[in-house]
Design a protein around this ligand. Sequence first.
Ligand code: GLN
Length: 535
Amino acid sequence: MPTKYIFVTGGVISSLGKGLAAASIGALLESRGFKVTLQKFDPYINVDAGTMNPFQHGEVYVTDDGAETDLDLGYYERFTNTRTSKDHNITTGKIYHSVIMKERKGYYLGKTVQVIPHITDEIKEAILKISHGVDVVIGEIGGTVGDIESQPFLEAIRQFKADVGPENVIYIHLTLVPYIKAADELKTKPTQHSVKALREIGIQPDIILCRTDRFLPDSIKKKIALYCNVDEKAVITAKDVEYIYDVPLVFHREGLEEIILKLLKLSSPREPDLSDWERIIHTLHSPKFEVTIGIVGKYVNLQDSYKSLNEALIHGGIANQARVHLEWIEAEEIEKKGPDLYLSHIDGILVPGGFGERGIEGKIKAVQYAREHKVPYLGLCLGLQCAVIEFARNVCGLTQANSSEFAQKDLDPVIDLIPEQKKVTDKGGTMRLGAYPCKIESDSLAHKAYGKLEISERHRHRYEVNNQFLDLLKSKGLVVSGVWPDGNLVEIIELRDHPWFLATQFHPEFKSKPRDPHPLFRDFIAAAIKHKTLL
Ligand code: GLN
């Protein structure tokens, strides 16, 4: 069977949930027994998302191969079994970069290098590159139809249909159908305009996903079908949901995968099995427990910058039949007013990853509170570094303990760059990125959680625990329960005389899934539930 392609575009406004829609389509096709993969095209000129401000762009999602990608790839991995890589996130910058490199090498034999065909060919090649061994590729085009930036991508997917055969490609367009209160009406005009814009560039959508706050009545579906030239069954209500994990179920009830299979002439290997998603939704709606986790961070106003973390905590709740309330606490507030005010009602404290000095002292204070008051603590990346600094200062008596990222230059930092990195950094800086193996100490909290002694987790950081201080830290009771053997670097720390205190140099949140909650988040939430019931 040839590989089939579904391209998802968006219209009217951004933030309609295209990534979530694409991921949910992936989940539905997997539930029918197909092997899928997903790919995101971002029209911006940055080569990757690594340098982008989290305020503007949300989280940088890190793949196994160390690519710093768009947060939609996180949705893809959470909703499906696909493993994404650098090839699954293509930006305008990446495409132009590679075309320009080829041009410099003389690859185009003196031809004038143009958007059509050279840029569009490069985009189509990128699609084919990830197509091997999968039944269906779902390609999501970032931005909204009509943007100047996304045009080469739209042109490429338009051509792609002719290249691989019309029976192997469908286009799904996500639009908004707003309810206008004054008129007491759902409005289809924005959808009509958006589809018109798509058709002007030669793409006729096969399916229209209509984001709305209510189910579309048949009359509205009929109208959209007529004006947009699609089958009435291909007009799907993408209704707002309370929990994102409901989206595959809502789409399924609307008959979405049925119509996809029909249009792509795919016969399903099996009946859909959505029991996992139903179980998740059931737990989210009627949990046995409730806990409050305090996240002490810096970007607390923009939770999109911690998307995977939020989800991983929810997953930890699902594993424990618990509803997890997330309380975002601005680290600088703790710095100013002390931790009691913000943390005394909290069942588990988490310091997430982060960059830069702002709020560091507040985070360290939060760690101290967790350690001394025996509140379950999970530290991630910067959260480990803060925990080590706190321990060095308040347990080992190294009053000046600090990190070289934000320290006085003349002191030996407890958190430092490793020598190799120092050398490279002179030439422009580098980070430890992507998956690294980690060896786990037996009989540790980490061992209990993972149930094995060798794991692999994803990294995105520059600094490490300075091994020079290890003996001292250990002699005072810090447990190093995970190391990267090749680099001899600390990966996990724990405290014994505490109900649950663990921090990781890596980012476990990137690998947590609702159907397969990450063991560290599962055990952290379990400890928080226990803490709450003991109070
Ligand atoms: N800023 C720290 C470092 O670069 C932590 C990074 C992070 O938390 N992802 O090591």
